[in-house]
Design a protein around this ligand. Structure first.
Ligand SMILES: Cc1cc2nc3c(=O)[nH]c(=O)nc-3n(C[C@H](O)[C@H](O)[C@H](O)COP(=O)(O)OP(=O)(O)OC[C@H]3O[C@@H](n4cnc5c(N)ncnc54)[C@H](O)[C@@H]3O)c2cc1C
Length: 420
């Protein structure tokens, strides 16, 4: 029986970031994962500026090392949006960017490599006791915290604080914390690795295509090192059921029949299989903490409902959870009431952003509206610059959440130079 103050279940980006932040705060912990690393995770593999920023806040050397690992990752410089009427809008992450000299704003890296890179950092820290190949199957609430055990009970652990970071299918999250799957706030997606896709953006922009064939939902192409690309489609789960939409068939249909994409994929080779997984979206407000526990990342349903980005939010929630652990230990208070501060902080940094994404997600379900907006945006350089600024500047993003800001923009009363 292992005794610990803090146990983290799940060592994906959420769990690993929590453990690393705790270690930097001088708090030791136990980290447990059922897999043996390197292990794969079905994903689009895009790592946002948010993920990079928070990892650097934990320890600047982590991202410095990651940036030099160019055999693992591709640096990306913007997003190419393609509307149902095939209008392309390129939104760089910075309005005036210099690929050679500017700091990097985002990456694409196969999860098998990215998650293992973080685990290598975990293994360097002596105060993180890491167990892989160890699945936690049972949770027992005790007066002091939680008792956790494997199926055969060969592995048992007593923890005063439990951080649940075991992903989208977390048993604890669903059955203990009561976060039921809600198809309106959940998506399904499939991804595949292809080599030799033609027509990739010269400055390595990721591509999001809002196609008639996959509506509502989107198709993506994200560049990877070595001429590879991560290609996939995603759709909200209620639409998948209602339309009886098969994501794998949808992907294959687009690649073989779409007039532009079929040309780009005519010499492309599929590597491995097309595989799928669920995305618990953060568009519905949920309680993500309780007496002696906190939920981090996908276990807390924290994926952005528009972009499907969950790595950054998993890392961010892990960072906040670690700071909450510090507070709990200092005050010797692990009550549900005290833990609410975690919910409040997560809602403050991610809540509004996810509500904005949810509104845009609903808009994207109307192809005519997307076409109209794409026509308007493509003619308006100021608007494209503003969207770029929103990506890099959280203050601009906050301003953009106010409808008055958009009215002032349309009236030409917003000076972008002053916003910078
Ligand atoms: C098809 C698809 C495309 C996506 N594309 C992107 C993208 O491009 N960018 C992006 O930011 N996000 C993307 N996401 C979302 C992203 O994958 C998740 O949000 C992210 O992995 C969440 O990290 P996490 O640490 O919370 O969970 P996970 O990465 O799922 O890690 C959970 C860990 O818990 C372990 N575990 C599970 N059960 C147990 C147990 N019982 N005991 C012990 N350990 C356990 C697992 O082995 C795993 O290592 C995508 C998701 C899908 C499905």
């Amino acid at each position: 029986m292992i005794e610990t103050e803090v146990c983290i279940v799940g060592a994906g980006p959420g769990g690993a970031a929590t453990a690393l932040k705790l270690s930097h705060l001088g708090i030791s912990c136990v980290l447990v994962d059922k897999a043996v690393f390197p292990r794969d995770k079905i994903c689009g593999d895009a790592i946002s500026g948010k993920a990079a920023t928070i990892l650097s806040r934990i320890d600047p050397t982590i991202m410095q090392q990651f940036e030099t690992a160019t055999h693992l990752q591709t640096d990306i410089w913007g997003i190419r949006f393609v509307s149902p009427n095939n209008k392309e809008i390129d939104v760089p992450f910075h309005p005036k960017y210099d690929v050679q000299n500017d700091p990097k704003q985002g990456f694409v890296c196969k999860r098998i490599d990215f998650d293992n890179f973080l685990i290598e950092e975990v293994k360097k820290r002596e105060d993180i006791l890491f167990f892989e190949n160890t699945a936690i199957d049972g949770y027992q609430k005790t007066t002091e915290g939680f008792q956790l055990y494997s199926k055969t009970k060969a592995f048992q652990i007593n923890a005063r604080l439990l951080i649940v970071a075991n992903g989208a299918n977390s048993n604890f999250s669903r059955h203990f914390a009561g976060l039921e799957k809600d198809p309106k706030h959940h998506a399904g997606a499939v991804r595949a690795y292809y080599k030799n896709v033609q027509g990739m953006h010269p400055d390595r922009f990721i591509e999001l295509h809002f196609l008639k064939e996959i509506n509502p939902g989107y198709f993506w192409i994200f560049p990877l090192p070595g001429g590879y690309a991560n290609v996939g489609v995603g759709m909200r789960s209620d639409y998948i059921s209602r339309k009886k939409f098969n994501l794998r068939d949808g992907l294959n249909r687009v690649l073989s029949t779409h007039p532009i994409l079929k040309e780009r994929f005519k010499d492309a080779e599929l590597e491995g299989k097309v595989t799928g997984f669920g995305l618990p979206l953060g568009s519905k407000k949920r309680q993500i903490s309780g007496d002696h526990f906190m939920l981090v990342g996908d276990a807390g349903h924290l994926i952005d409902p528009l972009s499907g980005e969950g790595i950054g939010n998993a890392i961010y929630s892990g960072f906040i959870a670690a700071e909450q652990v510090q507070e709990c230990l200092a005050e010797n208070d692990f009550s549900a009431q005290f833990m609410k501060a975690y919910d409040v902080r997560v809602a403050r940094v991610l809540g509004k952003e996810m509500q904005l994404s949810y509104s845009l997600q609903k808009m994207m379900a109307r192809p005519w509206l997307v076409n109209l907006t794409a026509n308007w945006v493509s003619r308006n350089r100021t608007l494209i610059d503003l969207i770029s600024l929103m990506y890099i500047d959280l203050e601009v993003r906050k301003k953009a959440l106010n409808p008055l800001f958009w009215i002032r923009l349309m009236l030409g009363k917003v000076d972008l130079e002053k916003l910078r």
